[in-house]
Design a protein. Structure first.
Length: 348
């Protein structure tokens, strides 16, 4: 049932209000959806019975939306690309044990960013994905790196942005030639550390999230500088996700906020996590947002219905037993990958 895909946010909100807090019985449910979808009453009565598996005589808004999502995903799986299968090809041992803080995939330049923590001798390497051999390398950062982002085609060259624990943001030139060492172009000293950063191609701006919950927007042409900033969360912003005109921020205050960049205002706030939220990813094919943090299980949200109760993905036979440190929705497939700090990786 693709009803939710065909309705806009305002129409979905109006439909939700008509369900009320108590839900609808079979008669009101069938009449309401008949007006919206044009389907026959008999067909909608069958739909009501499919949803009301406990035979309670009423269907709530959450029950209806979850059934619609499950139904839509089942239809989509029939046309999805073949399930991807993963095989371990090789293991690389080229760093001091436990020194790799984080890996980033930079699709725009087809490179893997390796954040290496060696104290004051920390650095960032941009590596070729098939061999993990370094393509470009920074010089010593002077402090452990917290996050890094690539800004494509800045004044003729790609640019690497690195945030470090000494409250600095450094900007490095990544020329296309054979030079392996990247020259540092600018360093900006800040009042607090930036834990995450993301480049917005749509707005040609760099976004960063701070330890105190402030979202900053940067201009990066010529001399980089903070253009604007806004306090969105009570605690640290751990991750930033861009979807069209909106920016989603995951915070240690256990909330996810959706902000319209063009209008500069918060559209909605997602509540469901009991502890800090660290990771965000988006499945475009199903319009599903997935989040994770300190609760060991990913949470799935319908992006078009911000007040919906999230679905918690749980593997009862062999659950995650540590904080999730990696979360990725694989494009053009129905797959989601989650990885925890104890080394368990799950493909959902």
């Amino acid at each position: 049932m693709d009803l939710l895909r065909r309705l806009g946010p305002s129409e979905i909100d109006e439909l939700r209000k008509k369900f009320g807090t108590q839900g609808l019985g079979m008669g009101p449910f069938s009449i309401l959806l008949s007006d919206v979808t044009g389907s026959g009453i008999e067909e909608l009565c069958d739909l009501f019975n499919d949803i009301d598996v406990k035979m309670e005589g009423r269907v709530s808004w959450d029950q209806f939306t979850m059934h619609a999502i499950d139904d839509g995903m089942a239809e989509k799986e029939e046309t999805d690309s073949e399930i991807m299968r993963y095989v371990l090809e090789c293991v690389y041992y080229d760093e001091i044990p436990y020194s790799i803080k984080r890996l980033h995939w930079y699709e725009g330049i087809n490179k893997i960013g390796k954040l290496v923590n060696r104290g004051r001798q920390s650095l960032v390497k941009l590596c070729n994905p098939l061999t993990m051999t370094p393509w470009k390398v920074t010089t010593s950062l002077g402090a452990p790196p917290l996050c890094a982002e690539v800004i494509p085609n800045t004044i003729g060259n790609d640019q690497l942005v690195v945030s470090c624990s000494d409250m600095s943001m450094s900007f490095w030139d990544a020329p296309t030639g054979n030079t392996a060492i990247m020259p540092m172009m600018h360093t900006v000293r800040l009042d607090e550390s930036q834990l995450c950063c993301k480049w917005s191609p749509r707005f040609s701006r760099l976004l960063s999230g701070s330890r105190s919950g402030v979202l900053s927007m940067w201009v990066t042409s010529e001399t980089p500088a903070v253009q604007s900033c806004e306090k969105l969360h009570h605690q640290a912003i751990n991750d930033i996700l861009l979807i069209d005109n909106t920016v989603l921020t995951a915070s240690m205050d256990s909330t996810i906020k959706i902000t319209d960049i063009s209008k500069g205002r918060v559209q909605s706030e997602l509540k469901g996590h009991q502890q800090g939220v660290c990771l965000l990813t988006y499945c475009k094919e199903h319009s599903l947002l997935v989040s994770a943090g300190y609760e060991y299980d990913p949470y799935v949200w319908c992006f078009q219905m911000n007040d919906m109760t999230p679905l918690r993905l749980q593997d009862k036979q062999r659950p995650h037993r540590a904080t999730l440190m990696g979360l990725e929705a694989i494009p053009d497939t129905p797959q989601l990958i989650s990885v925890d700090q104890k080394g368990i990786m799950k493909i959902w």
